[in-house]
Design a protein around this ligand. Structure first.
Ligand SMILES: NC(=O)c1ccc[n+]([C@@H]2O[C@H](COP(=O)([O-])OP(=O)(O)OC[C@H]3O[C@@H](n4cnc5c(N)ncnc54)[C@H](OP(=O)(O)O)[C@@H]3O)[C@@H](O)[C@H]2O)c1
Length: 268
């Protein structure tokens, strides 16, 4: 797949994360084209990744095998209206826009001549550790292409019903912010206990990284790992008792549920 022509419409943060992943995993950068309305952004991407750039969406997609729509949700209808007649047959069209469902894409794009794939990535894709969840009712060849693009910047998973994208958005799409909040509060608490800002920040971030690696690599679930570091009557037990009493698990459940509700409202 390394010679397929991949065109990005929108060259912002998420597009850059995916371009970086693709070029690092060996995709031929001469086969990556980015179209954006922001000329200086295009020049930056060209300098950093040696990709082809174009400020005209319609001409940028003329030879695309894979078209990646990476504009903000509110910019999507204008982009789709701009390109609807121009997308080549058999193109795999991937949208990463939050809350834009495949029905909305199908209003503009002919799903019988192209394969539509909706994806919810997350920002750790910027460091090659993304979690992307994909949905598509297109045929396997289109799904494989989408998997190829997203796997270059992290892990992938599929849902077989589009309605699950709201829960996905609430858990992994918005999820990095929950971990950042925890790190932020841990850092502030460390400072208030007398640590320097730098040391407290390092302790919080390295603890987040190490805990994340253990979750992913140990083969043990979160509850087991938590029990493993919690000696009865010890310091961790004292902290967790206080966190439970203060309602932390309930607050997280309510937060994730609020994100899912908001995702449904935005999609309506
Ligand atoms: N960031 C996240 O955490 C995250 C997670 C999951 C999904 N997503 C989705 O990823 C998508 C992109 O997000 P992002 O953070 O990368 O956004 P972004 O940084 O704002 O990038 C979008 C780019 O598209 C450009 N653009 C606007 N209208 C255009 C048009 N008509 N034709 C071509 N380019 C156009 C924008 O230019 P201007 O800046 O000049 O408007 C900007 O450079 C969004 O739909 C978002 O929902 C983001």
């Amino acid at each position: 797949m390394q010679h397929l022509n991949i065109t990005f419409i929108g060259g912002g943060n998420m597009a850059e994360a995916l371009i970086s992943g693709l070029t690092q995993s060996g995709h031929n950068n001469q086969h990556i084209c980015v179209s954006d309305i922001n000329e200086s952004r295009l020049n930056d991407l060209h300098q950093r990744y040696d990709v082809t750039i174009n400020s005209n969406n319609a001409s940028a997609i003329s030879s695309a095998d894979i078209l990646l729509l990476a504009v903000k949700p509110q910019q999507m209808d204008a982009v789709l209206a701009d390109i609807e007649e121009q997308v080549p047959a058999n193109t795999t069209v991937i949208s990463i826009a939050a809350g834009v469902d495949t029905a909305r894409l199908k209003r503009f794009l002919n799903s019988t001549t192209m394969g539509l794939v909706r994806v919810m990535p997350n920002t750790p894709a910027l460091v090659g550790a993304g979690m992307s969840v994909l949905f598509s009712d297109a045929d396997e060849s289109h799904k494989k292409r989408a998997e190829y693009v997203l796997a270059a910047s992290g892990e992938t998973a599929w849902v077989d019903e589009e309605k699950h994208m709201h829960a996905v958005t609430a858990v992994s799409g918005s999820g990095p912010a929950y971990f950042f909040l925890l790190a932020e509060v841990m850092q502030a608490a460390g400072e208030s206990l007398g640590l320097s800002k730098e040391l407290a920040a390092k302790l919080a971030s390295q603890t987040a990284l190490g805990s994340g690696k253990m979750l992913v690599e140990s083969g043990r679930n979160a509850a087991d790992l938590r029990a493993q570091v919690t000696s009865p009557g010890g310091t961790t037990q004292a902290a967790l008792d206080e966190m439970y009493d203060s309602g932390l698990p309930d607050a997280v459940r309510k937060g994730v549920s609020a994100a899912s509700k908001r995702s449904k409202e935005l999609a309506a």
